[in-house]
Structures are given as C-alpha cells and as structure tokens.
Design a protein around this ligand. Structure first.
Ligand code: IMP
Ligand code: MG
Length: 175
C-alpha cells in the first residue's frame, strides 16, 4: 500500500463530470445520425466510460476489451497482450475506444491495429488523460479529457498495483 496522506488531487469528480459532458456533446455532434460502438478498455476506463456514455445521445452499443502492456510496476513492458477480447462483430461499425490514459501509446497502437483487422468503419480514441511527454508509439487521441505532466496518477479507475481504482478523483503521489 502507498501512503495516500501525501497525495495531491489533480482533478475532482465534478471536474471530470463537467469534462465528460463537454466531450459527450462533441461526440454526439460528430457522429450525428450514425451508430457507434463504445469500446471500454478494462480495467482503468470503467468510470470514464460510465461518464461518457451517459453524455452521448446517439444509437450506441457498448463492449469491453482488455489489452495489457504492464506488469505490476509503473513502466511499460512493451509487450501487449489481449487478455479479454471484443465480443461484438465490429465490421462496418464506428468504434470509439474509451481509454483511461495514453502514456507511451504502446497499448493503444497495438489495439488500434488489432481492431482495424476487423474492418470497422472507423476507429477513434477518447481518453480521460494524455501524458504526451512519455509517448513512444505514434498515437493521438481524438477526444482528450485532460493533458497532464509526466506524473504517475491514481484514482478514477487508474491503479497503482491494482489498487486505488475506486478513488472518486485523480491524484498523484509526491515522491
Ligand atoms: P501505454 O501503453 O504506455 O500508453 O500505457 C497504457 C496503460 O498504462 C494505461 O491504459 C494505464 O492502464 C497504464 N498507465 C499509464 N500511465 C499511468 C499512470 O500514471 N497511472 C496509472 N496507470 C497508468
Ligand atoms: Mg493500469
């Protein structure tokens, strides 16, 4: 367990909800008249997924995928594995990946290429957080909640060693 007494809160639940409203409105406009599959990446994006889907007024289906490039530490192994596959047939569908954070981009790059093999109509990315300073792979988010510095953050779905996903805010530990 980490010592949460030194944590600094970056974004509150209210700030995240306001951002989800803004982005949800934008997505609703951009996909007007179209069906969209919201593909939530497990486990980190579950709370953001909930906020985004409640703010989208479109013909929407949801699915879940788990692509993992991390061991139990805080840096990427570079090797991506799909540990829970997409259930839905994505052929000719607009797929919007709902992600927690784009860090090195390794996971999303792999997932994007993996999904494109299923011949969807489009694949876009909606990420709660973006940490561009650490980018290795050529990946850009289409909808970004907040851009942050090179900090290891926890809460609102994001974990440190599988813990703290339940915190109703995003914080970082001063270390
Ligand atoms: P990437 O492949 O390096 O972009 O890493 C993607 C995954 O690493 C994210 O979906 C997160 O699960 C995890 N990750 C990256 N940065 C952080 C962080 O600051 N806190 C918690 N998890 C993180
Ligand atoms: Mg993680």
């Amino acid at each position: 367990m980490a010592d949460l007494s030194t944590q600094k809160i970056l974004f509150t639940q209210d700030q995240i909800w306001e951002k989800a409203k803004e982005i949800g409105k934008q997505i609703t406009e951009d996909y007007k008249g179209e069906e969209v599959v919201l593909l939530c990446t497990l486990k980190g994006a579950i709370l953001w997924m909930g906020d985004i889907m409640k703010n989208i007024d479109l013909d929407t289906q949801i699915d879940f995928v788990c692509a993992s490039s991390y061991g139990s530490g805080t840096s990427t192994s570079g090797i991506v594995k799909i540990t829970k596959d997409v259930d839905m047939d994505l052929f000719n569908k607009h797929v919007l990946i709902i992600e927690d954070i784009i860090d090195t981009g390794t996971t999303l790059k792999y997932l994007q290429d993996y999904l494109k093999e299923r011949n969807p109509k489009s694949v876009k990315i909606c990420s709660l957080l973006d940490k561009p300073a650490r980018r290795i792979a050529d990946v850009q988010g289409d909808y970004i909640g907040f851009t942050i510095d090179d900090l290891f953050v926890i809460g609102y779905g994001l974990d440190y060693d599988q813990r703290y996903r339940n915190l109703p805010y995003i914080s970082y530990l001063e270390g």
